[in-house]
Design a protein around this ligand. Structure first.
Ligand SMILES: [Ca+2]
Ligand SMILES: [Ca+2]
Ligand SMILES: [Ca+2]
Ligand SMILES: [Ca+2]
Length: 134
């Protein structure tokens, strides 16, 4: 291949790469580890890592959200009632109940998985400091 074509190819590849947006943490395919077109509960919590709101909402650090912590965390978001989230009924939403509650909240159609359109809502709720930090 003549030199000038090589140069052209190289420089246009460079130019192209400038237009490719950096990978965002909210790219659906990156969360869908097994590529089945849906985000399972495990993939979901992996995606969030430690970014969940749970720790910062647990004001007294007892490892669970009582009703006051729960309500002040969600504010006036429509996520259902505290008792729906507290599956064990012990008056605290622990981290497991929290993540399954969050998951169920986004699984709009109750299919047991978060598909790409549902995933869009996750992005809408994700602030700079993590989920619901807006
Ligand atoms: Ca998957
Ligand atoms: Ca607490
Ligand atoms: Ca509980
Ligand atoms: Ca679903």
């Amino acid at each position: 291949m003549p030199d000038y074509i090589m140069k052209l190819a190289t420089s246009s590849a460079l130019a192209l790469s400038l237009f490719v947006a950096p990978a965002s943490a909210l790219e659906f395919p990156e969360w869908d580890n097994d590529g089945d077109g849906a985000i399972g509960e495990e993939e979901f919590s992996t995606g969030f890592g430690d970014d969940g709101a749970f720790g910062s909402w647990d004001g007294d650090g007892d490892g669970g959200l009582d009703e006051t912590e729960f309500n002040s965390g969600f504010g006036d978001r429509d996520v259902g009632t505290f008792s729906e989230w507290d599956e064990s009924g012990d008056g605290l939403v622990d981290d497991r109940e929290f993540s399954s509650g969050i998951y169920g909240h986004y699984d709009d159609d109750g299919s047991g998985a978060i598909e790409e359109p549902e995933f869009g809502d996750v992005g809408d709720d994700l602030g700079d400091g993590g989920l619901f930090d807006i």
